[in-house]
Design a protein around this ligand. Sequence first.
Ligand SMILES: [Zn+2]
Ligand SMILES: [Zn+2]
Length: 148
Amino acid sequence: MSDTLTPISGHCLCGAVTVTMTPAVAEIHACHCSMCRRWAGSVFLEIDAVPGTLKSEGPVRIYQSSDWAERASCGRCGSPLWYRLTAPEANYHAVSAGLFDDAAGFPLTNEIYIDRKPPGFAFAGDHPRLTEAEFEADFVFQTEEETL
Ligand SMILES: [Zn+2]
Ligand SMILES: [Zn+2]
């Protein structure tokens, strides 16, 4: 799917932060890792942005959550905004689907860290569900490719 999608706009709970970005694909992805679970309130549902297209206005607070990533939230109401890989060559923003009306209307197409998902809930649908080991094997592969 190489067609460029239309930019979408959204905002946090209090409205102080507005965001605009072009989705890389018309898909929602879910992360069940323990960091996303705590940060996003159970599971992080995100839409990948085309590199360089994410723009925001308002009081954004950045928290460096690991050596390789940071998480942005509204400095007023605390709504999660996006997850960003901090390596300069990565240029990856995963934007919270909840900022957009109807979560942009996109379907959930992928779940990662499925083996970290609490047993008390599950998403329906027939889509890939990767374990931590499966996802990280793929992630390392991509990172090595980028550094070549
Ligand atoms: Zn806010
Ligand atoms: Zn996660």
